[in-house]
Design a protein around this ligand. Sequence first.
Ligand code: ZN
Length: 401
Amino acid sequence: MSDLLITNIGQLVTNDGRDDDLLGIITDAAVGIRGGVIAWVGSTDAVPSNLASLPMIDARGVAVVPGFVDAHTHVVFAGDRAHEHAMRLGGATYEEIQDAGGGIYSTVSATRDVNLAELVLASRERAVRMLASGTTTVEIKTGYGLDTETELKMLDAIDAIDASLPIDVIRTYLGAHVVAPEFRDNRSAYVELVTGEMLDAVSKRVDFIDVFCDDVAFSLAETERIVEAGKRVGLDVRLHVDQLSRSGGAALAASVGAVAADHLDHATDADLALLASAGTVAVLLPGVSLTMQEPPPDGRRFLDAGVTVAIATDCNPGTSYVETMPFIIALAATTSGFTPQEALWSATAGGAAALGLDDRGVIAEGRLGDLVMLDTPSYEHLVYRPDGDLVRRVIKRGIPV
Ligand SMILES: [Zn+2]
C-alpha cells in the first residue's frame, strides 16, 4: 500500500513557494500519493474525485512538512566515546584524551574488532531513531575501517540498514577520514591505498567520495589527488573542509565541482562567493559546535552570500552524537542565525540539494511521498520546543512507517 490521501492538514509546508514565501505554506491542505509518488497537492475541499477512494488519513489540523534529509552522518560505528567527552568537559587536553585511548582511532579499533552482525545491531538502532524522528533520507559515510576489509564491512552494514528500514540511504566512501594508524609514518602509502585497492573495492557500491581536508587529516594536495581518483571512477564529490582551520578546502570543493562542502567554520567570505557561484551546497553542522563547546556556525553569513545551505546531524561518536533533525533545526534557528523557515528548508530541500537529489525535499506533484506529520498546528513548534518529541507520524514513499 503506497497510495495515500492525507486530508485536513492545518499547515502544509511544501517548499514549493515563490521568493517571498520560502516554505510555500498551504493551509487546510490535502496531499494525494499514488505508487509512493505525490500525485496531487491542494486544499482539502478541492480533492479530485479520482483520489477520494485512496486509503485516507485525517490529519485533524496538524502541520505536515517534507521528510527530513540528513545529508552528513557517520551512523555506522562500534563503541562510544562518552568518557572522552566527559574528560573534555572536565578540562582534559587533546593529548590527555589521546593518551587515555580516546579519539577517532578508538572508534576505528572498535569498528575493526566487531563482526558484521554486531556492527549492524549497534548502527541500525541509531537509524531507527532517526527514522522515528522524521528522517526519511540519510547519508552514511564509511571511514572507521581505514583498511579495505573493514571499509567493506561498513558498507555491508550500511546495505543491511538500507534493506531493513524504510529509509533511503545515500552512501559515501570516506577512506580518507584520517590516515590509518598503521600508516602514520608513511602517509603517501596510505593515500596510495585509498586511491587504489580500497577505491576499487568500494567504487561500485557508493555514490560519493569524501575527504577530511584538515591539518589533522589530509592536506590540500592529498585531498586533490584523492578527489581526482574518485572522479575518475565516476563518483560525485563531497568534502569535510575548513573545520579546524582554513586550509583552502572550500575553494577546492568549488573548483572540483563538489556537490557539497561540509563544516566550513573557517571559510572566508571569498570562499563563500566561490561556493555560491559553483553551486556547491554548504552543509552546516551545529551539533558539532554544541558538543565541542565551540562557536556555532554562522548560517546568516552563508545565506546572505547566496550559498545554498543544508543542515545535518553529523551523527558520530566523537564530536556530535546527535540523531534527530528536529533538534538540529532548533539549534540552527536558536544559535546559528537561521530563521525558523530557513532552518526547516535547510533540513529538507537543502539536504536534498546537498545530496544531489531533485526528487525529494519538496511536497509537489511528481516528488517522492516522504512526509512528516507533526503533533502541532505549526512547524514553528520545531524551534519553539527544542526538546519536544513532536513527530506524530512518518510517511515514507506513501507508506505510514
Ligand atoms: Zn563528518
